[in-house]
Write a protein that binds this ligand. Sequence first.
Ligand code: URA
Length: 270
Amino acid sequence: MEQPTWHGIELDAATALALLEWQAEMGVDEPVLDAPVDRFDLAAAPPPQIPLAPPAAPALALTGDDDLPARVAQAEALAAGAATLDALAAAQEAFDGIELKKGARNFCFADGNPGARVLILGEAPGDEEDRQGRPFVGRAGQLLDRMFDAIGLSRGAVDAEKALYITNVLTWRPPGNRDPQPDEIAMSLPFVRRHIDLAAPDVIVLMGNIACEAGLGRRGILRLRGNWVQAFGRPALPMTHPAYLLRNPPAKREAWADLLSLAARLEGAG
Ligand code: URA
């Protein structure tokens, strides 16, 4: 296979993939050529020879795992059978369909006040979350706490009006903090849906691309952020992930605008 290049520099596959993911995160979802094309001149020109390539995979393409439908069905049955959050946590922890379970240290279900009006849906546990078995307790989680504290919301609050409830799309840490795979998301979704039904928040914050993929079936957080949508049958606000804000501090200005939008919504004004 031909080695990919970027501005004339040869790239290995992992770097090329990382660059592509970075571009997708920045909202680049249409390929454009380096040099402009004069389309008025094209009529006379012979059609370009385009090599045949396999069709692009859809965003939520699943692996060729023949077992996957059965595993998803099992996850659905377990989730549907859970009448309380404690029962759901026990059922999800016992579910062996997801391979990540074998490599993770701790099951990471949720944190905060389950009665909160606001539920934050993140991506997956990282190293510190895996160690402690609680979502968003690493550096990104500390920034998340400061962000929501600025609008008077915290995971420690007893009062549901001021509280946060925090969970992730995945409850087991992906190795090396890689992105969750589509089949892992598919197996987790029945539990996430049930989790949200049982917690019954007034609003959901979709924190980053993976949460948007789970809740909306699409990515592109830099375009989605700040716009209220419906996800899991409830009003939802996509926001940029605090890990992204740690890498891109200027984006905190838009995150602040999103927090104010959330605060206004909770006040009944948004
Ligand atoms: N990032 C997430 O999306 N969730 C966590 O729990 C930690 C980091």
